[in-house]
Design a protein around this ligand. Sequence first.
Ligand SMILES: N[C@@H](CCSC[C@H]1O[C@@H](n2cnc3c(=O)[nH]cnc32)[C@H](O)[C@@H]1O)C(=O)O
Ligand SMILES: [Zn+2]
Length: 439
Amino acid sequence: MSRILIQNATIIPMTSKEDIFQGHIYIEDGKIVRLYNKREREEVSFPLEMTDLEIIDGQDKVVIPGLVNAHTHAAMTLFRGYADDLPLMEWLNDAIWPAEKKLTDEHVYWGTMLAIAEMLKGGITVFADMYFFMDQVAKAVSDSGIRGHLSRGMIGFGPTSEKALVESEEFYRKWHEGADGRIRVWLGPHAPYTCPPDYLQKVMALADRLGTGLHIHLAETKKEVEDIQKEHGLRPIELMNKIGLFERPVLAAHCVHLTEEEENILVEKKVGIAHNPESNMKLASGIAPIESLRQKKAIVGLGTDGAASNNNLDLIEEMRQATFLQKVNLLDPTALPAYDTLAMATIGGAKALGWDHEIGTLEVGKKADLAVIDMKQPHLYPVHDPVAHLVYSAKGSDVHTVIVDGKVLVRAGKLTTMNEEQIMTEAQKAAVVLTSKEG
Ligand SMILES: N[C@@H](CCSC[C@H]1O[C@@H](n2cnc3c(=O)[nH]cnc32)[C@H](O)[C@@H]1O)C(=O)O
Ligand SMILES: [Zn+2]
């Protein structure tokens, strides 16, 4: 049995602002068994006597639920810094998709391992991924110890459309609830502009047969909205609502261009929204109405999107950008406050992934997925409000310890299950092949 005690830490459970306390967390067999305050610890000798207990000193440290990366394409780390300064459609059609044609199993494995190494070191304990060669992504999740919400990306026209349906079902049957329950599989229809309604009907039928949800890009750019409107007479969210897409769990990445009515549809249908502010800024897609959605109690998580449109997977930095973007856009410094931003990166993401029964908060009975941040650094001193520091002052590199499913995957800033040197070497080799002009 594995047992961990984190003691004398500032604990931010993300159940409510009032629940922040100084104390200890006791973990047993992958789950949070006790949360208790300093005084109580003096009264109970349990569980200090246990011999196989790992004790983590929480002095000058803050413990939060593991960060949830609600939307990414992990293996796209291989294209980090390869094609920048382009609008979405040119970026996809002229740069990314041609390079992706050369991808092999092995490339995707190493690209994903590289992403996982970066994410774990930055406090991310689960990521929602949409890509292909998903067996390799599942293998990387399994090997590294992180948690994965995985979807095989499906393009609804051309030679791979039927294959994507077959592969998605096979992938679901092979990996859903796999890696000791750390993997969950949803279907991944790419977007309305790559998946026409008749194809989405097939995807929905398959999702319902398997009893699973859908991960899709929605309303990312103005061009998408215009094209869909031209072709179908409706805006993307309206169209998806009309064909019944939202009648099952849906994780919708971006949702940048929304009318008031579309915001209401997303709220009413309890669609999980993955907000990716850095990708939206870099590709100049626009500013999602996150403050308005927050006030309407929409389910909103925070994502990095792929490393090729970000260009890092630092969700702590993403929080800072998310809140600043709302504030400056609305000319309102009260927009998207720090606590709500941290909630978006934790419990909001967990809800968007339909996984909040197990992760997203620090509560007794939930999975032990958490990040410990080292606050004893000049840029995090003095401490008035640890939540403000996490959102406005911290960086991914301030993460000290990361636990997923009760296992320490990052200890004092070092990965425990992954060979960083080897991963970087293999990723560099893959990048050279993928971006060479020949073949
Ligand atoms: N190309 C695959 C299926 C698509 S996987 C998901 C796709 O989403 C692409 N992608 C990455 N970021 C974005 C984004 O922001 N918007 C739309 N697509 C994206 C990514 O490059 C990848 O091709 C096949 O042949 O079966
Ligand atoms: Zn994306």
